[in-house]
Design a protein around this ligand. Structure first.
Ligand code: GUN
Length: 302
């Protein structure tokens, strides 16, 4: 059997279209558009390319996008003052400080200074608490877990009563997606198990999973024989395992990416599976746009 491919690239287009329409409707009715500021400290090439894509996507959906680039040696106090400025700027609904930050700045201090009602990354402890309580309390689910949930729901997978096994317990993916899938309500209400490096027998847990979400950062960690036939497999891993010449320009080298699941063999057993790249990856920025739109809607009370 060959599994159905869950294409993040296609689901991204669907969601961005929905956001674009909603932004236009709000602009027509209320005369405002969502405002997103991206603060980039220094010029780390990976961060620069993420930020460039965020700006491009924000423009595409009709947001007011502010790119604020700061020198690598900005002081912590000056960065805190900048965040305070945007916390008090009425035209800004979402504040994103691109991580990682230079070593002399305390990430936690910076993220905790962002107004929780503008924290579209969903990293502030108040938003982590809101996520844990769930229901009406939830404001901004972190973007990668929110993207995973959209992929599961939009690919037609039944979550109600499903056995969900999450591999990995990071604050950014494992813990929040486990919390989201166990909440009461549509797209969740699952029985959730989280496994990690301290788990004695990973295989036995994975074999029970109707939905297997793998975010461990270890290439090919999940073996094909661990997958229940017909299961939905969400591979969050993006591991660089080497380099190869680019198809567009053979003189240029590009990264060879591998997920946490042995894709070629797993696709013969799973019912549906995300590819790497092109599965979960495209969803993170998409959900950042959704959170920024939500922030404006909360403010307008609509
Ligand atoms: N760096 C890499 N991914 C992210 C992200 O999702 N949010 C922020 N703030 N920084 C990142």
């Amino acid at each position: 059997m060959t599994a159905k491919l869950i294409k993040g690239t296609e689901i991204r287009e669907e969601i961005l279209e929905e956001i674009t329409k909603e932004v236009k409707n709000i602009k027509d009715k209320h005369g405002v558009v969502p405002g997103l500021v991206t603060i980039l400290v220094g010029a780390n090439p990976a961060s620069l390319s993420y930020v460039t894509l965020k700006i491009k996507t924000a423009h595409r959906v009709g947001f007011n996008e502010v790119q604020d680039s700061q020198p690598v040696d900005i002081s912590e106090a000056d960065l805190l003052a900048l965040i305070d400025k945007y916390n008090n700027d009425d035209a800004i609904n979402g504040i994103l400080v691109q991580l990682p930050l230079p070593g002399h700045i305390d990430d936690k201090k910076i993220l905790n200074a962002i107004d929780p009602d503008k924290d579209v990354d969903g990293f502030h402890p108040i938003n982590v608490g809101r996520l844990m309580i769930g229901g009406d309390e939830l404001k901004f689910p972190p973007c990668t877990p929110a993207g995973i949930q959209e992929l599961i729901v939009r690919s037609g997978m039944e979550t109600n009563g499903a056995e969900v096994v999450v591999v990995g317990r990071s604050n950014i993916v494992g813990k929040p997606i486990a919390n989201m899938m166990l909440q009461k309500g549509a797209g969740a209400n699952s029985t959730v198990t989280v496994i990690h490096t301290g788990t004695k027998d990973m295989a036995s847990h994975c074999k029970r999973a109707d939905i297997l979400i793998v975010a461990a950062g270890v290439p090919d960690l999940v073996k094909p024989e661990w997958i229940k036939p017909g299961a939905c497999v969400i591979d969050v891993g993006v591991n660089r395992v080497g380099e190869k010449p680019s198809k567009k320009d053979p003189n240029k080298m590009v990264a060879i990416l591998k997920g946490d699941v042995d894709f070629d063999k797993a696709k013969e057993i799973a019912g549906s599976i995300t590819p790497v790249p092109g599965g979960v990856g495209p969803m993170t920025i998409t959900m950042l746009m959704k959170n920024t739109l939500k922030s404006l809607k909360f403010k307008l009370g609509i």
